[in-house]
Design a protein around this ligand. Sequence first.
Ligand code: GLV
Ligand code: MG
Length: 356
Amino acid sequence: MRSPKDFFAPLAVGAPQPPRQIPALPSRMIHFFDPSNEKMATKVPDLAKKVDVLLGNLEDAVKADRKEAARAGLVRIAKENDFGGTQLWTRINSLDSPWVLDDLITLVTEIGDKLDVIMVPKVEGAADIHYVDRLLAQLEARAGLRRPLLVHAILETASGVANVEEIAGASPRMQGISLGPADLAASRRMKTTRVGGGHPGYLVRTDPVGDDLHAGRTTYQQDLWHYTVARMVDACVLNGILPYYGPFGDIRDVVACEDQFRNAFLLGCVGAWSLHPAQIDIAKKVFSPAPDDVAWARKVIAAMGDGTGAVMIDGKMQDDASVKQCRVVAELADALAERDPELAQAYDAATEEALS
Ligand code: GLV
Ligand code: MG
């Protein structure tokens, strides 16, 4: 580990100063697209208007013989488009692959000024982040970049989960971590075959009634990802970075997707991946606080004044801890409202009603 005194020093002469704070920019959905797909490329300008983050995917889901086309496609798309307030991210190939070195060299050199965040898959420990950190600093210095690129790790190996706290704190560039349930299930040798979501076999059952072990016993499906998401959220918060749920592979099942996203939201995640346009609206709905919750949060904040002491609102006791929770909701709402006039209006209308 670097000493605290050196932690924020650039890792190469001429590289930009690493960030001291990670900006909490709206990132409700990280929308994946395949830059090797020509048809997809034509949709990018429209997609950019609908999402918070657009991610050019170079890793899994891009066939080996399309890797170079995907990299070149992303360079072209980034150069040809103005993304406005939408962030542009990429997912590079894994660090043990034959493509990753060229991914980093090409992307930082050609479009380092357009990219915001580099997502690194299959991170196993802090050493992986240190490798990327130094290489990025060297490439940034050579390209003359003035703004440091940020790094996002996918939590998708058993080793990564065991080391998640050190990964989250491995570099000032760390922007966030996403759960990668598909690779994580494979790495853990879990007996599932899905990309995220639950499994009907993972359940608890009420006690038997009398001698019949089958009759009258209700079962409840459990969340396979609860432990990992909760641990990831703690590791991220501890280090001032942002946690995300990853992919939900059953595109047709918009209902379970919404449930999975909402569990992640309630546990502290700020966004999820969208793999299909149908999932963009789900993420938008789930990761934007509801207007009534925002109105309530604003009402509690107003009533609590300097935040100390306690007040009763509608029969519910509010104190320091509840006003802090309300501030989380209200600050997120303000950031989203800046980007989304419809949401801003809904929040203001609900607040007016709550305060009247
Ligand atoms: C994502 O990359 C996953 O493996 O779930
Ligand atoms: Mg994966």
